[in-house]
Design a protein around this ligand. Structure first.
Ligand code: PEP
Length: 253
């Protein structure tokens, strides 16, 4: 079902006590200030998941997410984290295919298709990231490029499985740069993605899919971005590291 979601991606930031403080502050402010129908997902580094989970216990609308997982369910994969481990510490969402993982760790559409399967088969919700580089946007092939990312990593899914997926459109040129996609650019791409989803899964499922925007989303531009009919919330990097900024974004619907 289509939902209003704001997810914070802490990336490789915050030591344990700092992470705990950030999570507690967010939980408290959300409980007092945020509408019940908005879902908040905190995605701290793996090492903080367990302690953050304890802080979320009584938070009705704040959920725990991971920033990645391995495509295998167990075995000799030194340094990797499995979905079972994530589930055992209360994780419900997993970010997959963030552009930093695609770029620095060479995650391909094919690998991401496997990760999507592992996450869904184990009852977790993937937040599947897609988005184009500046070069691709300037070449005018951005819509095809991003639609292809969806085709290659998601379109093998049955409609029942696909319905669980959350999509995050994150133009790479807007991530961490301070350059935000204009509301028109965000709406155009989100509408194109929905059209592409409809071509595979039909209008009803496409309409029910939650599509988040990510890329320099801040308290002062979130309202305008979230007002677009096809933008259902945000995946937030830098601004998720300050509780007040993050919650102001959460309140922007
Ligand atoms: C992100 O990395 O997912 C992101 C959107 O980062 P930022 O908000 O800092 O651009």
């Amino acid at each position: 079902m289509r939902k209003n979601i704001v997810a914070g991606n802490w990336k490789m930031n915050k030591a344990l006590e700092e992470g705990n403080s950030l999570a507690s502050e967010i939980v408290n402010i959300v409980a007092n200030e945020v509408k019940d129908d908005t879902i908040v997902v905190l995605n701290p580094p793996y090492i903080h998941l367990s302690s953050v989970q304890h802080l979320l216990k009584d938070a009705k609308q704040v959920f725990l997410g991971a920033q990645n997982c391995n495509e295998n369910t167990s075995g000799a994969y030194t340094g990797e984290i499995s979905v079972d481990m994530l589930k055992s510490v209360g994780v419900e969402y997993v970010i997959l295919g963030h552009s930093e993982r695609r770029e620095y760790y060479k995650e391909s559409n094919e690998l991401l298709a496997k990760k999507v399967n592992t996450v869904l088969d184990n009852g977790l919700i993937p937040i599947f990231c897609c988005g184009e580089s500046l070069k691709i946007r300037e070449a005018g092939t951005h819509v095809d490029f991003v639609c292809n990312q969806l085709t290659d990593s998601l379109f093998h899914l049955s409609p029942e499985k696909f319905e669980k997926v959350v999509i995050a459109y994150e133009p790479i040129w807007a991530i961490g740069t301070g350059v935000t996609a204009s509301t028109d650019q965000a709406q155009e791409m989100h509408a194109e993605l929905r059209k592409h989803l409809a071509s595979k899964y039909g209008d009803t499922i496409a309409d029910e899919t939650t599509i988040l925007y990510g890329g320099s989303c801040k308290p002062d531009n979130a309202k305008e971005l979230f007002a677009n009919p096809d933008v259902d919330g945000g995946l937030i990097g830098g601004a998720s590291l300050k509780s007040r900024d993050f919650v102001e974004i959460v309140k922007s619907f």
